[in-house]
Design a binder for this molecule. Structure first.
Ligand code: SF4
Ligand code: SF4
Ligand code: SF4
Length: 155
């Protein structure tokens, strides 16, 4: 289950810290508002335009994407209820297209799926690939319906 909050200081350390104000504020103010989702990462042009910040940009995206995906899709997995049956991997259409063998019950080998069962418990590893996430925004609930112990909930 993803329930982490973004830490403004952690975000600030990954921003250019030049206070150029192309975003209309200081880097610290931007980090604070980014943590609150009041601005978007694309609103910091230097971070995207200057190759010297490529690693920092990738790191911030790694921090933000799972939280955004949790908010946008509403998909939650309570791993304390999961029995590791693997049904979510099998029924998710994204997983079926990333790994057609999962549709016949075989374990996923790549890390391109939404769900993955590790050590007997399902984990969400790429929720940004879910069909509920933009730009698709489909009203898919197949994983929720396919989890017989109700470990998956979509709100
Ligand atoms: S545009 Fe980016 S680098 Fe410039 S002040 Fe805003 S956050 Fe800092
Ligand atoms: S379908 Fe439910 S119980 Fe089965 S692996 Fe997925 S989350 Fe766990
Ligand atoms: S809502 Fe649909 S696309 Fe998204 S994770 Fe569940 S089954 Fe996959």
């Amino acid at each position: 289950m993803v329930d982490k909050k973004l830490n403004p200081m952690q975000l600030y350390k990954l921003l250019p810290q030049t206070n150029c104000k192309q975003c209309g504020m200081t880097c610290m103010a931007f980090a604070t508002r980014l943590a609150l989702r009041e601005v978007e990462l694309k609103d910091c042009p230097p971070l995207h335009e200057n190759p010297q910040y490529a690693t920092q940009l990738a790191t911030i995206n790694e921090l933000i994407t799972p939280l955004l995906a949790a908010e946008e899709t509403g998909v939650k997995l309570d791993d304390t209820m999961c029995t590791g049956c693997g049904n979510c991997v099998v029924v998710c259409p994204v997983d079926a297209s990333a790994e057609p063998d999962t549709a016949s019950g075989k374990a996923a080998r790549s890390t391109d799926t939404v769900f993955r069962v590790e050590n007997g418990t399902a984990k969400i590893i790429n929720l940004e690939k879910c069909r509920r996430f933009p730009p698709d925004r489909m009203n898919c609930r197949v994983c929720e319906q396919g989890c017989y112990v109700k470990a998956i909930e979509i709100w």
